[in-house]
Structure formats: structure tokens, C-alpha cells
Design a protein around this ligand. Structure first.
Ligand SMILES: [Zn+2]
Length: 237
């Protein structure tokens, strides 16, 4: 056997082994489960995700729950409690609080946990940051007016951060980045996705500094290609 053929055989064997480790992207679907008063808005958002992504195990989105938002890997349930819409309304202190927008970003964040879990995707830093990044990438790449939705979700992080008068140890050992960091990173990714359109995000009042903004385009492009790259077998479009 020539060295070339041997080399080719090794490559083939590696590809076969790698293929065997990849879960088959069957379409188990994501569905809402309500016992009463279904929220049409949440149903629409879940249907959008069902049309976008393949899931290897069925995922249920529950609304009439006491805790969350969260993803439970044991039951493959996403909990999106009714109380979450109440707190969005409180934080924005406005009859026009962007409940649907914050919900959508949060639902996509939870779906990030689902995908990482179901497909054992590589994790190169904190899972919570990866889930936030996925939500922003999916909104920006697949949803009309996704930038506005992501910015409203960022504003929710901003309002939540205003509730802190001081930090406790638990804020720093939490799995999540601080709310104020989640605010700025989301601004950075929206700005980085299209700096010309979103130049107003760079400002001295609650916006990005020019120093931070300078790296956002490259950062967003790498995160976008990272997430869309690993999701390629699981995206329906
Ligand atoms: Zn999370």
C-alpha cells in the first residue's frame, strides 16, 4: 500500500468515528404545552424556532410555572413563567413594555442551553454567555427587526442592573455575567453586526465607548460564524 493510500485510509477512519459521535439531527420538535389560557405570542415564537431548528429530543415550553426562565435538561422543558412578563412590565414602567421582545431573546437563550445539551456542542467559555450570544445571533440573522428585539432585551438587562445598590459575593460567583455586562455585550454584538446602521449605539450615555466599539465588529463576526458553524447540521434554513 502506498503512503498516500494509507494516509487516505486514516482520514476516512477519523471521519467515520467523528460521524458516529454526532447525534443524528432528527426533528423531534419544540412545542408549547398549556393547561389553560395559551399565550398566542409565545406560541408564535416557539413555532418560529420549530421551523428554524432541529431537535434530537422533543422540547416542551411551559408557561404556567412558578420558576424560571430556565431549561431543565432532565425533562427537556423550558420554563417561561407568566410572572416573567409581569417583571418586564415593571422594569420598563411603561404600558408599551416590549414584553414580546424580551421573551423572544430569553426563549432563544434557553434554546441555546437546549442545543448545547442535546448535541454536546463544544463549549469554549461560560455557557450562560454562549446562550446570550446565540439569542442575539439568531435574532440578528433570522428575524425581521431582530436588532430592535435584541436591544430591548439589552435594555431589560440594563434596568435589572439598576436594581443593584451593591454587589454581593454571589453576584460574582454566579454562572451568569453581571446584568450590566450582559447589557453591554448585547449592545456590542448588535453594533458589530452592522456598525453603519447602529452607529448611534456608540455614545457617552449608556452606550458603547469608542474603545469598546472598535472590537465589536470582529467579535460579532467570530461569534456569528462560531454559532452558525456548529449549528449547520441542525438548522432547517
Ligand atoms: Zn441561561
Amino acid at each position: 500500500m502506498s503512503p498516500f493510500l494509507l494516509f487516505g485510509g486514516v482520514l476516512l477512519a477519523v471521519a467515520t468515528v467523528a460521524g458516529a459521535d454526532t447525534p443524528v439531527p432528527i426533528d423531534a420538535g419544540i412545542k408549547t404545552h398549556y393547561s389553560q389560557s395559551p399565550d398566542a405570542l409565545l406560541q408564535e415564537q416557539v413555532a418560529f424556532l420549530d421551523n428554524l431548528l432541529r431537535f434530537v429530543k422533543p422540547v416542551s415550553v411551559l408557561h404556567e410555572v412558578d420558576d424560571g426562565p430556565l431549561f431543565d435538561p432532565d425533562t427537556q422543558e423550558i420554563w417561561m413563567p407568566v410572572s416573567f412578563s409581569d417583571s418586564i412590565k415593571e422594569y420598563f414602567d411603561d404600558a408599551n413594555a416590549p414584553v414580546a421582545d424580551v421573551y423572544f431573546h430569553t426563549l432563544m437563550h434557553e434554546v441555546g442551553h437546549v442545543l448545547l445539551n442535546q448535541y454536546s456542542l463544544p463549549l469554549l467559555a461560560r455557557e450562560e454567555d454562549a446562550a446570550d450570544a446565540l439569542a442575539t445571533v439568531l435574532l440578528l440573522e433570522y428575524v425581521d427587526d431582530g436588532a430592535r428585539i435584541a436591544l430591548n432585551a439589552a435594555n431589560m438587562f440594563g434596568y435589572e442592573s439598576e436594581q443593584y445598590e451593591w454587589f454581593e459575593e454571589s453576584d460574582f460567583w454566579s454562572e451568569h455575567s453581571l446584568k450590566i455586562q450582559r447589557y453591554y455585550i448585547t449592545l456590542c454584538h448588535v453594533y458589530g453586526s452592522d456598525p453603519d446602521t447602529h452607529s448611534d449605539i456608540v455614545n457617552d450615555e449608556y452606550g458603547l465607548s469608542e474603545e469598546r466599539a472598535a472590537s465589536c465588529e470582529q467579535e460579532y463576526m467570530r461569534i456569528r460564524s462560531g454559532w452558525l458553524g456548529v449549528l449547520k447540521p441542525y438548522l432547517k434554513r
